[in-house]
Design a protein around this ligand. Structure first.
Ligand SMILES: C[S@@+](CC[C@H](N)C(=O)[O-])C[C@H]1O[C@@H](n2cnc3c(N)ncnc32)[C@H](O)[C@@H]1O
Length: 189
């Protein structure tokens, strides 16, 4: 219990440090709560194929994805911040951690596709609309047919319109998070 609390506070500090260095990219005051992380992970079918998480930060959602039953070798974490990426590689030694830019998927992921689910924890509303749309198109092209693209957001509405041929639904509104957050699932029609 003490160890869990200590590591939670260590993660909060890590997060705060990254927020001060790069506020636009981190885009939140605290890591996601376990309740939000679980609401996201519930949308994943562990048997559907490899899973990609972009913007994993300190790894709270990654942990929920692993607890959902996704094998560590089937999980790829794509994180921009070098200190977060190093922390993730230590915390989840069997998971594939890539340090790089989610807005440059060809370079960062290469031939790594397709995925049975993609989770995006990026603060999308901090990026221009054209950049968000291009990212969603790139992610949609890396999904198996019918697989979910899961994004959380603090706004009332979905943070980006669905790519062509996709629809979006809100699957959870998590009050136990600072601030409360909605979970959005984009899926091919
Ligand atoms: C809102 S935080 C979410 C962190 C964590 N998943 C959570 O839920 O607590 C956003 C994360 O996205 C990462 N990020 C921002 N821009 C990125 C980019 N272009 N490529 C990859 N990761 C990025 C940040 O470094 C940060 O870890």
């Amino acid at each position: 219990m003490t160890t869990t609390l200590t590591s939670a506070w260590a993660d909060n500090l890590r997060f705060l440090r990254a927020l001060v260095t790069n506020p636009k990219s981190v885009g939140a005051i605290f890591p996601s709560s376990p309740a939000l992380a679980q609401a996201i992970a519930r949308q994943i079918d562990p048997a559907a194929g490899p899973v990609l998480e972009i913007g994993p930060g300190t790894g709270v959602v990654s942990e929920a994805i692993l607890e959902r039953g996704v094998a560590p070798q089937n999980l790829t974490l794509l994180e921009y911040d070098e200190a977060f990426a190093q922390h993730l590689a230590t915390r989840f030694p069997q998971v594939h951690v890539v340090q790089g830019d989610a807005f440059d998927l060809d370079r960062t992921l290469g031939a790594r596709l397709p995925f049975g689910a993609i989770v995006s924890c990026l603060p999308l509303l901090n990026f221009p609309s054209a950049q968000r749309l291009a990212l969603m198109d790139g992610l949609a092209a890396r999904l198996l047919p019918g697989a979910p693209l899961i994004q959380f957001s603090y706004g009332l509405h979905a943070p980006v319109v669905p790519p062509d041929g996709f629809a979006v639904t809100c699957t959870a509104y998590v009050l136990a998070n600072l601030p409360p957050a909605k979970v959005w699932v984009y899926r091919q029609n």
